[in-house]
Design a protein. Structure first.
Length: 265
């Protein structure tokens, strides 16, 4: 199975600018809010949320995509994360001809449009108010594994929607925690590489009140930082610069430039 890193092709480091890109894929049952979450994330690029009328958006019957860009600063570096969002239909299997696309059709299409194995984040989406959608994540995780969506650098967001239904929340924090362990264990067993539970972030949002969308955005940034090991790049380069400066100073001492300067003074 070819799920080894192609990640070097997805990052460019130029002086003080680091730019990275990659796919963010939403999967999960129908009507859990994948399309609405992606729209809320993507609307950050306009600096304001869409004021969408929920009744206009129906079940997805296509491979939907959008993008969003996040900027952050670390030390002297400006990091640009340019991520493509791909939203899979929640309809299982294949659709009849003329009925749009179901999940398997959309995955095939996704494999045709992408150039390399580039899923940085897999967003396993469920509704906090519907236990079944959480239990079905086992099905969706297995689909992601079978379709080679998960690479060794992929991070996972376990995303609970319908936070506004808090009173009738049927998915508990204990279930989410054991879900996280189950995911890392399943990936290790099936793909044969260590998958730390730290690579799985647990986020709860409401697409209605927008509660938690900020946390989701932060989780996306954190996942890109993890996948590309941005802190190692930044602090590694800083170290190299200090070494270079020390060598440069040493060179000046050796050539006697500084000593000469002292005598001029
Ligand atoms: N109250 C509430 N409703 C939500 C939330 N997220 C989505 N919805 C509603 O749930 C319905 C389904 O949302 P979608 O985003 O279309 O769901 P989906 O996961 O893309 O569904 P498929 O395209 O069928 O796979 C819509 O009517 C949304 O308005 C939420 O956080 N809270
Ligand atoms: Mg949809």
């Amino acid at each position: 199975m070819e799920n080894k890193s192609n990640i070097d092709k997805l990052i460019i480091c130029r002086e003080k600018d680091i730019t990275c890109t990659g796919g963010v894929v939403f999967i999960g049952d129908g009507a859990v809010g994948k399309t609405h979450t992606a729209m809320n994330l993507a609307s950050y690029k306009q600096g304001a949320f869409f004021n969408f009328d929920c009744s206009n958006i129906s079940k997805s019957v296509n491979l939907e995509f959008d993008y969003f860009i996040l900027y952050s600063n670390i030390e002297k570096y400006k990091v640009t994360i340019s991520s493509q969002l791909f939203i899979m239909p929640g309809q299982k299997g294949r659709a009849e001809v003329g009925q749009g696309l179901a999940f398997e059709d959309a995955v095939d299409m996704y494999f045709n449009v992408r150039t390399i194995n580039d899923v940085v984040i897999l967003i396993l989406t469920y509704s906090l108010s519907d236990l079944r959608t959480f239990q079905n994540l086992e099905y969706w995780l297995n689909k992601a594994i079978d379709h080679e969506i998960i690479s060794d650098f992929t991070n996972i967001v376990l995303l609970g929607t319908h936070l506004d239904y808090a009173i009738s929340t049927s998915v508990t924090d204990e279930m989410i925690e054991s879900g996280q362990n189950f995911i890392s264990q399943t990936i290790e067993d099936k793909l044969g590489f260590h998958f730390s539970p730290k690579k799985i972030q647990n986020i709860k949002i409401s697409n209605l009140t927008k509660n938690g969308i900020d946390e989701l955005q932060d989780a996306v940034s954190k996942a890109f930082f993890n996948a590309f090991q941005i802190e190692d790049i930044v602090y590694g380069q800083e170290k190299e610069i200090i070494v270079q400066e020390k060598e440069w100073e040493k060179g000046i001492f050796d050539s006697g430039v500084l000593k000469q300067k002292e005598t001029w003074e």
